[in-house]
Write a protein that binds this ligand. Structure first.
Ligand SMILES: [Zn+2]
Length: 640
């Protein structure tokens, strides 16, 4: 698509291009924006009142050097900060607003537009263009709050919708930096309708599997927050930015009650699970570069193949001893493994609904040159961390966060690695009220159908539905001294014997060790731990885990999605039937059946051919229950 640098669709002849300050033209027609001399000559910090020159402000990225307050950034400075030098080509430079309603309040809309153009040096509240960010092509959409409060009228909506279309057509990501008061009242319902228009354009871009990174800066309100700006795959905010639908001042005016000081703040939104990240302005270019690089569909990995560590045969520890090791206070946590196995990990936050549960940690990681999404239960290390993450007992919002990350993985076909370590899902009144059962169920169903490989590792305690909700996978690995059970040994002892003290003996019967579960066909691979347990050599454990995860991922590299989903379905449809335990059961079951048949036949012979008697036993033999292990599960067992 050609860039429409001189598109005059919205040009109002009575305004004319001559009204627009001459220097603005330097922005358009492929010329570089990274030039100084636009925007106000001085800026006064609204926090401390210090007046800074434009040169100082541009140097400091419009962060007050006195008090570190974040000032609004003129769009040209923002573009210069994010786009690679000389790469920005403006789109829709010729689009300027008309006054469809001939609106006038204290002053006419037309007069306000002219003044905004003169003062800001830009033609509208948004500037759009194609550029490179960290060497990667992207469409960039940047608001200028100084232009009529960054409000979204017809031209702003048109430019944004067109920017998404341009990105869709070119098959490239879109990065937007919002700063807006919301709708442009002077354009009435035309302004409101822009919300539907830009949301639709963003959703088409999304449907094409392209990344959208939305940066929310101070302030972003109303129709911009409530449309495209909240639809990013990743939502990033600047520190202290006020973000919301209805601003705090308007809330106070309408309700008579001032919202609390932390209301609408980026940090509050992060806690509320509504945004992924709060990133310092200076770090935005590198974070956006990382996100663009990793949120893209990838072909088969060409990363170097690593060998698996040798499998050392060790004496099997009693189940109860393994329970102790799995719960050992020094046992490495999911966060430890993530840090050790990935060269870079960008943690993402929130369920985009109600909260950011610290009991689930997840984000975009780079492991051996490969992009993966890692999600794990986080039980914390120190007592304070343990309390904050409620010992890995996640609430529904934690599982919704994992679901959101899995959907991100699904969109970009990024493999998922889960690290399971939770004694059980949160058991409390609040947890029930917040729908823990629904959240677990949705995870199971989503993981069953996620069109990208999933490798799950039980690293510590795998307890009940809370563990399984991260444990549905194409390949399930388990650390040698981890445990995985439908209920804790204490819980089982209390139910079965009304005596939690019998947990030790019950732990053996529950078959919760890695070796037991491997022979039951519940897990696929036992990952060896150092002698004495993972806590004695966390680094060696992490290295073994990494090699096994990479080997498992490699096995699914390039496998067509249909085949992947089909075999995952079959894996759970026939769970356990590939294990040694099951084969033994089938063998002993069959010998019982044959014994019965032999007995029946001998009776038949004795009773002069009373066939009806013999038939009495046959309905008990249900052929589907004595099916031999399927070819695929046998192959899987052989592989391990
Ligand atoms: Zn200041």
């Amino acid at each position: 698509m050609k860039t429409k640098a001189n598109d005059l669709r919205y040009l109002n002849p009575s305004l004319g291009l001559a009204e627009v300050p001459e220097k603005v033209t330097a922005l358009g027609k492929g010329k570089m924006v990274r030039r100084k001399g636009l925007g106000p000559a001085t800026s006064k910090c609204p926090a401390c009142g210090t007046v800074h020159s434009r040169a100082v402000m541009e140097e400091q990225l419009y962060v007050c050097p006195e008090c570190k307050h974040y000032l609004s950034m003129p769009s040209h400075a923002r573009i210069a900060m994010l786009a690679d030098q000389g790469s920005f080509i403006e789109l829709d430079h010729g689009l300027v607003s008309v006054d469809p309603l001939e609106f006038a309040d204290l002053r006419s809309y037309r007069a306000r537009l002219q003044e905004a153009r003169r003062e800001t040096g830009v033609r509208e509240a948004v500037t759009t263009g194609v550029c490179k960010i960290g060497g990667q092509r992207a469409v960039l959409v940047v608001f200028d709050f100084a232009f009529l409060g960054g409000t979204m009228g017809s031209v702003v909506g048109e430019k944004i919708a067109h920017a998404f279309e341009e990105a869709t057509e070119r098959g490239i990501p879109l990065v937007s930096v919002a700063a807006s008061g919301g709708a442009r009242v002077q354009e009435g319902m035309f302004s409101l309708m822009q919300m539907a228009k830009v949301a639709a354009a963003a959703s088409v871009h999304d449907r094409h599997g392209l990344a959208f990174i939305s940066v929310l800066t101070d302030p972003t309100f109303g129709g911009v927050t409530a449309s495209f700006a909240s639809l990013g795959d990743i939502l990033v905010a600047e520190p202290g930015a006020q973000i919301g639908f209805v601003g705090p001042r308007v809330i106070e005016q309408t309700t008579g009650i001032a919202p609390p000081k932390d209301s609408h703040k980026a940090e509050t939104l992060l806690q509320a699970g509504l945004i992924d990240l709060v990133i310092k302005r200076a770090d935005l270019p590198s974070v956006i570069t990382y996100l663009i690089a990793h949120l893209a569909k990838r072909k088969a990995t060409d990363s170097a193949v690593e060998g698996l560590p040798p499998n050392v045969k060790r004496q099997r520890l009693p189940a109860w001893q393994k329970v102790g090791l799995a719960r050992h206070v020094g046992r490495p946590s999911a966060r430890y493994y993530i840090a050790r196995i990935s060269s870079r990990f960008l943690e993402l936050h929130g369920d985009r609904w109600s909260a950011d549960d610290p009991a689930i940690v997840g984000g975009l990681a780079q492991v051996n040159g490969q992009t993966v999404i890692i999600i794990g239960h986080d039980r914390g290390g120190t007592p304070e961390e343990k309390e904050a993450s409620h010992d890995g007992k996640a609430y529904s919002e934690g599982y919704r966060k994992s679901l959101r990350l899995m959907r991100l993985a699904s969109k970009f076909r990024i493999p998922v690695v889960t690290l399971v370590d939770c004694p059980n899902a949160q058991a409390s009144y609040e947890s029930e009220h917040r729908g823990i059962a629904h959240a677990l169920a949705r995870n199971l169903a989503t993981m069953a159908n996620l069109p990208t490989p999933i490798v799950s590792v039980i690293i510590g305690e795998g307890g009940s539905g809370g563990a399984l909700a991260l444990g549905v996978a194409d390949r399930v690995l388990m650390l040698e001294n981890a445990i995985y059970s439908v209920i804790s040994p204490e819980g089982a002892a209390a139910i079965l014997y009304r005596d939690a003290g019998r947990a030790e003996s019950v732990s053996e019967v529950l078959k919760l060790t890695a070796q037991d579960l491997h022979s039951l066909g519940i897990i696929d691979t036992v990952v060896p731990e150092p002698e004495g347990g993972a806590h004695l050599d966390p680094a060696a454990t992490a290295d073994a885990l990494r090699s096994h995860v990479l080997a498992a991922l490699r096995a699914f590299d390039g496998v067509p999605t249909n085949q992947l989903l089909d075999s995952r379905y079959k894996k759970y449809r026939h769970i356990g039937q590939g294990g040694k335990f099951w084969r033994e059961k089938v063998r002993s079951g069959l010998s019982d059946v044959f014994g019965l048949l032999a007995y029946a036949v001998s009776r038949m012979e004795k009773s002069n051919g009373k066939k009806a008697k013999a038939l009495d036993v046959s309905p008990r033999i249900r052929p589907e229950k004595v099916r031999t292990p399927s070819a695929s599960s046998t192959k899987r067992a052989a592989h391990d």
